[in-house]
Design a protein around this ligand. Structure first.
Ligand SMILES: [Zn+2]
Ligand SMILES: [Zn+2]
Length: 270
């Protein structure tokens, strides 16, 4: 089996955060980490998957996030034409992962049953749970569904040999992580199953949460799916840009390769 190349594309940033915005029961005096925003790509000769679609500039302005670049246009840095992308995996439907859906006219969208049920059901009666969703994104996925362009998954599924999705229910009801076979082994793109290294490595729950218990179980699942702790890629940690090498000199600070080992000692397994 030919291994996948895997990339993270950084398109947004958020600074000046209180520690309690990253960790439940944080000490107010500890460091409050910044967040980066990413989309990911897994590709090899016979197939290519875009993982998440980022937020649009309008959502960034409304939500006061730093919009560094369009995540869709940034795919062109990897010679990917968004018009020709055939498969998009949506880890979940939060605004920073499932915007821009109309920018992929040829794509089929892979999403968990439970995520669409969650984003269109009674949990959205609660402002706190509804807040990270954009109404327009949820409507957009329903329209894709009626256009025959949604592929549902329930739990674990193989999309092609060497790439599988796995349900993790903590952050939203139907979040999925993506496990990809690379030249260095099985890499797990955690997305919001682990925003920061500090969440999964220290077993500290992130406060945007549907079920704390499932989130903590999710951290354990990441370790089971990945070949080592250094094969887990958190979804919002700025350290990812520090640990992984640029895909090319001209995309320094924008695109890093995740299919090569990070420049950090391997932390203990849990
Ligand atoms: Zn999220
Ligand atoms: Zn997110």
């Amino acid at each position: 089996m030919e291994p996948f190349e895997v990339f993270a594309i950084r398109y947004g940033h958020l600074g000046n955060r209180h520690p309690g915005q990253s960790y439940i029961l944080a000490d107010p005096h500890e460091y409050g980490p910044d967040l980066d925003y990413f989309v990911w790509v897994a590709r090899r000769n016979d197939c290519m998957f875009v993982i998440d679609t980022g937020f649009a500039e309008e959502s960034a302005i409304r939500r006061k996030r730093e919009h560094l670049r369009s995540p869709v246009d940034a795919l062109r840095l990897l010679d990917i034409d968004p018009d020709k992308v055939t498969d998009v995996i949506l880890t979940h439907l939060h605004y920073d992962h499932a915007g821009n859906l109309d920018r992929f006219p040829a794509a089929r969208y892979h999403v968990q049953d439970r995520e669409v049920a969650y984003a269109t059901g009674r949990c959205m009666c609660h402002a706190g749970l509804r807040g990270p969703f954009e109404e327009d994104d949820v409507v957009a996925i329903v329209r894709k569904l009626f256009a025959g362009r949604v592929q549902f998954h329930d739990g674990t599924d193989e999309l092609a040999p060497g790439i599988t999705v796995h349900h993790v229910g903590g952050h939203t009801a139907g979040l999925q992580v993506v496990r990809v076979k690379t030249a260095r082994g099985w890499v797990v793109l955690a997305a919001d199953a682990a925003h920061l290294y500090g969440n999964f490595e220290n077993d500290r729950a992130f406060p945007v949460v549907y079920s704390v218990a499932e989130m903590l179980e999710g951290y354990k699942l990441l370790y089971r799916l990945a070949d080592s702790a250094n094969h887990i890629v958190p979804g919002h940690d700025p350290l990812v840009m520090k640990y992984y090498p640029a895909a090319r000199a001209d995309v320094e600070g924008i695109v890093v390769r995740l299919d090569v080992p990070p420049s950090r000692a391997v932390p203990p397994s849990r």
